[in-house]
Design a binder for this molecule. Structure first.
Ligand code: IMP
Length: 446
């Protein structure tokens, strides 16, 4: 890989997920040869609108809507085989065939039924304040088993099912006993049914399984351009997010290297996606939240309901403190600002430009959730705009107040806004001077 310089890009969410990454990845696809998921699992919900059709993707990279691109599910992803097959079948019913264009890493881990049960039990049994509000997709328990190693199942294990089966039966037994003891109730796990259903799914998934690490190295050396698709959002990062109200994987561009199996310097452009306001699903601190009529109005105008769980999203003003932190943390080089149209009609629009904690100003989100819960947002209010920008095609043609609003965000977070989304369709996107679509691949094959 050394010496190769074509510009690969990573798209990440700068908040708590649901920023609109699916639309951006779909848009950028044209300029790339491969699209790679490197973290998370079926907890993600990427919505892509093509014409009148709306696709909700969870495990599949958004590249699958472009059959000529290679879509890769990397080693850092946790895969629920049935959720993945349902997604593939669902697309097939709508005329989108997933075949040779999909490659699944043999190193990725498998989400098992007992992971989902444990996810639910742990939420149900937690004290109200300790509930994370997970998507119940088994993500945390699966990553926990990955770290524990002895109880983990990987995609490559499915290839040698005969070897896996006795070990899997032991794991199921241990899970049943462990969960029953911890939660004080008899947990039923039918080993025969779990084994049979996994075997069936494995047979269908095997044609997609590959050494995707080698595949990416070869693609890079052949001068092909790679788009890495981050799932969830920076503030849900396991190490740097609003812990413990986070997901269980690395969600920034920094996790591309371990999650996809490429060197740390692979990514040249990091496109951070954020809405023109803030949203969050699930529990956890949210400094700029508006638990009032304005928040309700943003939810209504932006149709802010979860893609994966359908839950209403909490809404608030744009948080420049949290977004600036996400930008610095993940080496973000430019921003795609989504849902600008949703803010049309608000007399005033706010940006959270500071946090005050116990009377002092803090410049970044504090580590402790209790402290973050207590910060007081410092809002800067700007004049809004009444003109609907949903048919605007250039930055210049945006309402003046919308331009001023965007300029204030740029100064506050320190990177330029190069893409602006003014509606769900591909055509409702204003593309300014972005390296992610225009930079010419420069390959030095070694
Ligand atoms: P988990 O990833 O299901 O364990 O959920 C942990 C937290 O992350 C919960 O608050 C979820 O609502 C949130 N979360 C995980 N993935 C996403 C996503 O893609 N969008 C929004 N929230 C997410």
């Amino acid at each position: 890989m050394i010496g190769s310089e074509q510009e690969h890009t990573c798209v990440v969410g700068l908040a708590w997920g649901d920023e609109g990454k699916g639309k951006i990845v779909d848009l950028l696809c044209e300029s790339y040869d491969l699209v790679v998921r490197y973290n998370g699992g079926a907890n993600a919900g990427h919505t892509v609108c093509v014409g009148d059709e709306r696709f909700a993707l969870h495990l599949l990279p958004s590249g699958v809507l472009h059959p000529e691109k290679v879509s890769v599910i990397g080693p850092g992803v946790v895969i629920d085989p049935h959720a993945l097959l349902d997604e593939i079948d669902g697309l097939g019913e709508r005329g989108v065939r997933v075949g040779d264009n999909l490659r699944i890493s043999d190193r990725a881990h498998v989400v098992m039924p007992y992971h989902k049960i444990e996810d639910q039990l742990s939420e149900q049994n937690a004290h109200q304040g300790d509930r994370i509000g997970t998507t119940a997709r088994g993500i945390g328990p699966c990553y926990a088993d990955k770290m524990r190693r002895s109880s983990a199942v990987r995609i490559c294990d499915l290839v040698c099912f005969e070897t896996l089966e006795p070990r899997l039966r032991d794991i199921i037994r241990a899970k049943r006993d462990g969960l029953s003891a911890v939660y004080g109730q008899q947990i039923t796990l039918d080993s025969d049914a779990i084994v049979a259903s996994l075997r069936e799914a494995a047979e269908r998934l095997l044609p997609f399984v590959a050494d995707t690490t080698a595949l990416l190295h070869e693609a890079h050396n052949a001068g092909r351009r790679i788009l890495f698709e981050g799932a969830n959002g920076t503030l849900l990062d396991i190490d740097h997010g609003t812990y413990p109200f986070v997901t269980s994987s690395g969600t920034t561009a920094n996790s591309v290297a371990p999650g996809a199996g490429v060197p740390a310097r692979t990514v040249a452009n990091v496109l951070g996606v954020t809405k023109a306001y803030a949203t969050r699903v699930g529990k956890g601190p949210f400094a700029s939240e508006l638990d009032n009529d304005i928040g309700d109005r943003i939810r209504k105008q932006g149709n802010e309901y979860g893609t994966t769980t359908g839950r209403p999203r909490r809404c608030g003003w744009f948080d420049a403190v949290a977004t600036g932190y996400s930008v610095r943390l993940g080496g973000v080089t430019e921003i795609a600002l989504m849902h600008l149209d949703t803010l049309a009609g608000f007399e005033r629009v706010g940006i959270c430009v500071g946090y005050r904690l116990d009377g002092r100003e803090v410049t970044a989100p504090p580590a402790h959730a209790d402290q973050l819960e207590r910060v007081e947002p410092v809002f800067e209010m700007l004049d809004g705009w009444s003109e609907d920008p949903s048919r605007v095609e250039s930055l210049d043609a945006l309402p003046d107040n919308a331009k001023r609003y965007m300029e204030r965000i740029e100064t506050a977070v320190g990177v330029p806004i190069t893409i602006v989304s003014v509606g769900p369709e591909r055509s409702q996107t204003i593309i300014a001077d972005t390296r992610t679509m225009t930079a010419v691949p420069r390959a030095t094959v070694t």
